[in-house]
Design a protein around this ligand. Structure first.
Ligand SMILES: CC(C)(COP(=O)(O)OP(=O)(O)OC[C@H]1O[C@@H](n2cnc3c(N)ncnc32)[C@H](O)[C@@H]1OP(=O)(O)O)[C@@H](O)C(=O)NCCC(=O)NCCS
Length: 173
């Protein structure tokens, strides 16, 4: 499978992508993260039962992205996701990683619904979510406060039933 659970040995590579200006600008925590803090955070994160972090590998077995699920709720069967492609990854990487991740969460793990929260300024991610079939469920106005002041946050969602229909269309295109 092109997704593999992240472990200790992946942390430096993961952090080099996470600290890239383009990736940082898309996140809710935008400062540069030092390696020791990243390692301590990952240790805490890997002990949680309700989150899962994956490295995505391309056709040549090269790691080209990170995709993760958080707030995984096994009662309502919903979760949130997030992701970033390696800054040097070729176009198309995000779509391939997205398809693998959505197949995993819906078809392997059996979740019912996947949510995402996207900053207003992240037009790429807005277009990306729409491309994968996500719908807007709401807008939280002036919800995030960053270096440029307040920004709205859009909540996207995709249901398992919508994904099975949308996937066919996406792969056909
Ligand atoms: C979002 C991200 C994973 C997309 O990866 P990617 O490899 O560029 O994605 P793809 O090339 O497969 O493009 C997928 C879609 O994203 C959108 N997209 C990609 N680049 C774009 C750009 N420069 N401008 C607008 N939309 C863009 C388009 O909808 C595109 O579909 P299309 O090519 O059919 O028009 C990548 O840009 C990234 O890592 N961004 C920083 C992290 C991030 O924003 N994470 C999400 C936080 S909510």
């Amino acid at each position: 499978m092109p997704l593999r659970k992240i472990d200790e040995q992946d942390l430096e590579l993961m952090l080099s992508w996470r600290n890239h200006p383009v990736v940082r600008a898309s996140m809710f925590s935008q400062g540069i993260i030092p390696l020791d803090q990243h390692k301590a955070w990952f240790r805490r994160e890997s002990e949680k039962a309700d989150s899962a972090w994956f490295l995505f590998f391309d056709m040549n077995q090269k790691p080209t992205g990170v995709v993760y699920f958080t707030d995984m709720n096994r009662i309502a069967n919903h979760a949130f996701w997030g992701f970033y492609a390696a800054p040097e990854a070729p176009p198309g990487t995000g779509t391939k990683m997205g398809i693998e991740a959505l197949d995993y969460i819906f078809n392997v793990e059996g979740y019912h619904k996947l949510n995402a929260e996207v900053l207003e300024s992240n037009t790429r991610s807005h277009a990306f979510h729409r491309k994968l079939g996500f719908r807007i469920e709401g807008i939280f106005h002036d919800h995030y406060f960053g270096s440029d002041g307040y920004e709205s946050v859009t909540r996207f969602a995709l249901l398992a039933s919508e994904w099975s229909r949308f996937r066919e269309e996406l792969v056909r295109r």
